[in-house]
Design a protein around this ligand. Structure first.
Ligand SMILES: *[C@@H]1O[C@H](CO)[C@@H](O)[C@H](O)[C@H]1NC(C)=O
Ligand SMILES: *[C@@H]1O[C@H](CO)[C@@H](O)[C@H](O)[C@H]1NC(C)=O
Ligand SMILES: *[C@@H]1O[C@H](CO)[C@@H](O)[C@H](O)[C@H]1NC(C)=O
Length: 495
């Protein structure tokens, strides 16, 4: 028994009393009883029990006749009144979670771009909406971030950027880049000579002693043997030879006199002992020449004084001549050997001649006295001579003295010896006295032997003759009275 709305209109106009012919006490479901008549339940209502017609509750509708129940509004539809024939579609910008309540405007951060929605959409990441009832969200413009979809975009803070529209959050500048502005689209690269340790701060110039050679890099300490005294350097200057740069943020320091530095050394070094420098800022040490001494590295060479020498280069102090050597010149490379016949008590003076009576070999500081029996009559003697036979050398500084008649001397005598009794020497410089011959007598050693007179005799080396007791009283010069044999003395010219 369904009636269309069209039928209902027909009934209402011309046939309203059709049912009255049916006298009833209850109706079918979908109909209601009024008086004795059953009427079809009209749209907007429902007739659950054949008696009553009730309006649809808010949130429900009925668009047909003869309904025993109402239908809930479809999702996204609503009606807030009773007796609805239709539900209202939820408008855009709104949501209708409850069919019996008015549409609820989309909250900030949400939107709805379609009709008939039970829920609003969250703004997509990188979009926002600060108004209610939004049909759509707004894309976050570049230079901003939209971490909260219900709030207006926030400009990127210094140190961050967003290059594209629709950023959820700004990106931190990469290492070596920076921006100090709000709302940056891009970061700037840190220029060379600077560093950007904080992306939200302007670049800071590299301090003295540091540099950065390429954009986006950090400041690095100057390498060994380089320096930078200015801020903002892109490179460090090489330390010039003769200077040192142990503190790379300061000007090179000149090597002090006595110190040097070539390009490869890390600091000024004192010259080796015996070497020197002419001035400050030296790149090398000078050689100390032979004949000079260099007691300190910071002063010029000093000529060796007399009595000293330096045979090697780079001598710190000249050496005193060895014993028996000398030099009377400055700048000596070596000392001279004291010659034979001289002595050298001081290395600083010329050799002195050995006086007569003394001698010397090479390298002597004193002369040696001649031994007893020797002599050296000249100065500068290199040896003493042995006193010859027949001479005496009591004073070694003079020539040997002739042994006079009546005396003699063998080699090396200090004095002449008088001839013994019975001996004689009748020549100057005799080496030995002669024994008196048998048959002769020598009452003085200075004269030749004398013949024993007749009737007397003598054996050898007698100073007197003896009386014979027997024969030979007629022969002179016998040495045996019994045989009367005579002899002849030697060494005397008169024989
Ligand atoms: C050392 O060098 C300086 C500068 O070069 C110069 O003026 C000075 O005369 C030099 N001194 C000597 C002792 O050479
Ligand atoms: C001493 O000197 C003289 C003169 O120079 C020389 O003739 C003589 O041979 C020298 N005597 C000795 C012992 O050297
Ligand atoms: C010995 O020497 C002395 C002094 O020179 C001289 O007077 C004397 O005649 C010499 N005697 C002989 C024997 O030659």
């Amino acid at each position: 028994m369904a009636f269309s709305i069209f039928h209902l209109i027909l009934l209402s106009i011309c046939c309203l009393s059709i049912q009255t012919v049916l006298s009833a006490t209850s109706c079918d479901r979908g109909y209601y009883l009024e008086g004795a008549n059953c009427y079809p339940c009209t749209p907007g209502n429902y007739c659950p029990d054949g008696y009553r017609q009730l309006p649809c509750n808010p949130g429900e509708y009925q668009d047909s006749f003869t309904s025993s129940s109402c239908s809930a509004c479809a999702s996204g539809y609503y009606t807030t009144v009773s007796g609805s024939v239709i539900c209202n579609i939820c408008p855009i910008g709104f949501m209708c979670p409850n069919a019996n309540q008015d549409p609820v405007g989309c909250a900030r951060g949400t939107y709805q771009d379609s009709y008939g929605s039970a829920r609003c959409q969250q703004c997509s990441q990188g979009y926002y909406s600060t108004t209610v009832n939004a049909h759509q969200c707004i894309i976050c413009s570049k230079g901003n971030e939209c971490t909260r979809p219900d709030q207006a975009p926030l400009a990127c803070r210094p140190g961050t950027y967003s290059y594209d529209d629709g950023s959820y959050s700004c990106l931190t500048c990469p290492t070596g880049w920076y921006t100090t502005q709000n709302g940056a689209l891009l970061c700037s690269i840190c220029p060379e000579g600077s560093e950007c340790t904080r992306a939200d701060q302007p670049p800071t110039l590299c301090r003295p002693g540091t540099y950065s050679s390429s954009p986006g890099s950090t400041c690095t300490s100057c390498p060994s043997n380089t320096y930078a005294t200015e801020y903002g350097q892109v490179s460090c200057k090489p330390c010039p030879p003769g200077y040192e740069c142990t503190q790379s943020d300061q000007q090179p320091r000149a090597c002090a006199r006595g110190f040097y530095r070539d390009g490869s050394m890390t600091s000024c070094q004192r010259c080796p002992t015996g070497m020197w420098t002419k001035n400050t800022t030296s790149v090398r040490c000078e050689t100390c020449s032979v004949g000079y001494e260099c007691p300190t590295t910071d002063s010029s060479p000093v000529p060796c004084r007399i009595g000293t020498y330096a045979s090697n280069i780079n001598t710190a102090s000249c050496l005193t001549c060895s014993t028996g050597f000398f030099t009377v010149e400055t700048r000596s490379i070596q000392c001279q050997r004291c010659p034979r016949g001289y002595y050298c008590p001081q290395p600083t003076s010329n050799p002195l001649a050995c006086p007569p009576g003394t001698y010397s070999d090479y390298k002597q500081t004193v002369c040696t006295k001649c031994d007893s029996g020797y002599y050296a009559p000249n100065s500068t003697s290199i040896e003493c001579l042995i006193c010859p036979r027949g001479f005496a050398c009591a004073i070694p500084s003079v020539l040997p003295q002739v042994c006079p008649v009546g005396t003699s001397a063998n080699y090396g005598a200090v004095s002449c010896s008088a001839c013994s009794q019975g001996y004689y020497s009748v020549k100057n410089s005799s080496a030995a006295c002669t024994p008196c011959a048998p048959g002769y007598f020598c009452d003085t050693s200075k004269e030749c032997p004398k013949q024993c007179p007749i009737g007397s005799y003598s054996s050898a080396a007698r100073s007197a003759c003896y009386q014979c007791t027997s024969t030979c009283s007629t022969v002179a010069g016998v040495f045996d009275c019994s045989t009367c044999i005579t002899a002849k003395p030697t060494g005397c010219q008169q024989f």
